[in-house]
Design a protein. Structure first.
Length: 94
């Protein structure tokens, strides 16, 4: 989990080497990490961003209880913003 300085929110982040893609590791990470985040912090939202073309990560987030919230621009690049709350993660994160 990443705390962004100057913001009152936390972001989920992960990166896998290409030889680990498509094996369920990211899904396992998100489905274990997101509930742990909510249990330990008492926070109400957890954010994640992906490149617009990264449909694999977008699917991981969606099936783990995140939903697409909109776009954000970082370093001149438009990225997809996702958000989850503890309830959605409890339902979909199993």
């Amino acid at each position: 989990m990443l705390y962004l300085s100057g913001e009152d929110n936390f972001h989920l982040g992960y990166a896998l080497m290409p030889n680990a893609w498509g094996k369920g590791f990211a899904t396992e990470l998100v489905k274990a990490g997101a509930p742990y985040f909510f249990e330990q912090t008492g926070k109400h939202e957890l954010f994640a961003i992906t490149s617009s073309g990264n449909t694999a990560s977008q699917q991981v987030l969606l099936k783990s209880g995140f939903h697409r919230k909109g776009d954000v621009i970082q370093s001149g690049e438009t990225l997809d913003l996702f958000v989850a709350n503890g309830e959605s993660v409890a339902i979909y994160g199993k």
